[in-house]
Design a protein around this ligand. Structure first.
Ligand code: ADP
Length: 399
């Protein structure tokens, strides 16, 4: 293996595939691409390399065809994968269930286990399985590694991962709080810890706020709480997901509205969150409508903030105090309004955001709290692909 050998990172979703070719040690990105709307009308492909972006239409019907398209993009626009001494392929997999507590080299057995976990993540794992299968066919002579969103939280303390339901039932059906976005929480918390010289264990709260949103409480690099649970539906308000609701809502909707389990699942995963409250799932549109005095958008913003404060306070209590709050993800990195609203009124917890620092846009990790804020507030751009590439390279090097 050479240290300059790149890793291809693949993130296969139900209707899109994102990919990135990265040199793990230097973090250099050799190519970056997305295939959107797979199997739908108006498919778009974009491939960026050497400072140029090549965009076009596609008619890929499934993930196998999308992988073929990725190979074509490399062949047409470069870099030439044949010349590059590809080290490995790293796959983002959402749910590792109780089986995978760390990145894992993919064998037929591992793939079968990931497929078996689809019951726990029906919206996510089947796409990852299809992506892995197609990629193993295309790039069969290098190791493939699965990096799980749940793995960082495998170590959640028992008290945090246990639902108060009969224990035997929970054990039989693998019901526990798993947590998601672990690669991102772990990565941004690690970056933020580099900026602190603490005498004792560092107490951090990370907010990953993108289309999916989650919070984590991290003590000295180890997770002690997180907002997502058995599935990525629990916790914060998201683009189309409700986050926390009364569990009694399911049977109530069944009795009162005649909805079956799949209807409720679709309602809470795809029709709720910002979309359910404001009619749009994109946070930028919510901000725009709120600025135009749309009441529903203003309420949606306030509900999002209220929930974030709720978790911030809870995690402050669980951590026994706080050293750093970290915002990441498309919303967390780019919305000063949201960050200011979350921090507003928290002087009692020793937390004060500096308005100028908060308003300054940048693509690097940065401090946005005031100099006299006891709690450091940071914006740290997440880089799940780099984290996956590094974890993949570390495993591939074990060969
Ligand atoms: P994903 O979870 O799919 O990776 P992202 O992390 O890219 O998604 O986050 C997408 C969200 O970030 C969208 O709701 C989008 O509106 C929001 N977002 C992106 N840029 C901005 C911005 N400048 N201001 C506010 N929100 C933004």
């Amino acid at each position: 293996m050479t240290t300059s050998a790149p890793v291809l990172v693949i993130n296969a979703g139900s209707s899109s595939v994102k990919y990135r070719l990265i040199i793990p040690a230097s973090a250099e990105v050799l190519a970056d691409g997305t295939i959107e709307r797979i199997g739908e009308h108006g498919g778009e492909v974009s491939h960026e390399t050497g400072g140029e972006t090549h965009s076009g239409d596609h008619t890929a019907e499934d993930i196998g065809a999308a992988l073929e398209l990725i190979t074509e993009q490399f062949a047409t626009y470069g870099p030439d994968l044949g010349q590059l001494d590809l080290l490995a392929v790293g796959h983002r997999v959402v749910h590792g269930g109780p089986d995978f507590a760390r990145p894992t080299k993919i064998t037929d057995d591992v793939l079968a286990t990931i497929r078996d976990l689809s019951g726990l993540a029906p919206l996510h794992n089947p796409a990852a399985v299809a992506g892995i299968e197609a990629a193993r066919q295309r790039f069969g002579d290098v190791p493939h590694v699965a990096v799980f969103d749940t793995a960082f939280f495998a170590e959640l303390p028992e008290v945090a991962r246990t639902y108060a339901i009969p224990r035997e039932l929970a054990a039989r059906h693998r019901i526990r709080r798993y947590g998601f976005h672990g690669t991102s929480h772990d990565y941004v918390a690690g970056v933020a810890r580099e900026s602190i010289k603490a005498a004792g264990p560092v107490r951090q709260i990370t907010f990953h706020l993108g289309n999916g949103c989650s919070a984590a409480a991290i003590l000295d690099g180890r997770p002690v709480e997180t907002s997502m649970g058995l599935t990525p539906l629990q916790g914060l308000v998201m683009g189309t997901r409700s986050g926390d609701v009364d569990p009694g809502l399911h049977s109530y909707l069944h009795r009162e509205a005649g909805l079956g389990p799949d209807d409720v699942d679709t309602l809470l995963n795809k029709e709720s969150g910002l979309k359910g409250l404001a009619g749009v799932n994109d946070f930028r549109e919510v901000l725009q409508r709120r600025a135009d005095d749309d009441h529903d958008a203003a309420l949606a913003f306030d509900v999002v903030v209220h929930r974030l404060k709720h978790y911030l306070g809870a995690y402050w209590a669980i951590l026994g105090g706080l050293d750093q709050v970290i915002f990441t993800g498309g919303i967390g990195e780019n919305s000063p309004d949201l960050r200011a609203a979350v921090a507003d009124g928290l002087a009692g917890l020793g937390l004060a955001v500096d308005p100028d620092r908060n308003a300054t846009a940048a693509s690097e990790a940065r401090l946005i709290s005031a100099d006299d804020s006891a709690v450091a507030v940071l914006v740290v751009p997440t880089d799940e692909e780099l984290a996956i590439a590094r974890q993949t390279a570390a495993l591939a090097a074990d060969d």
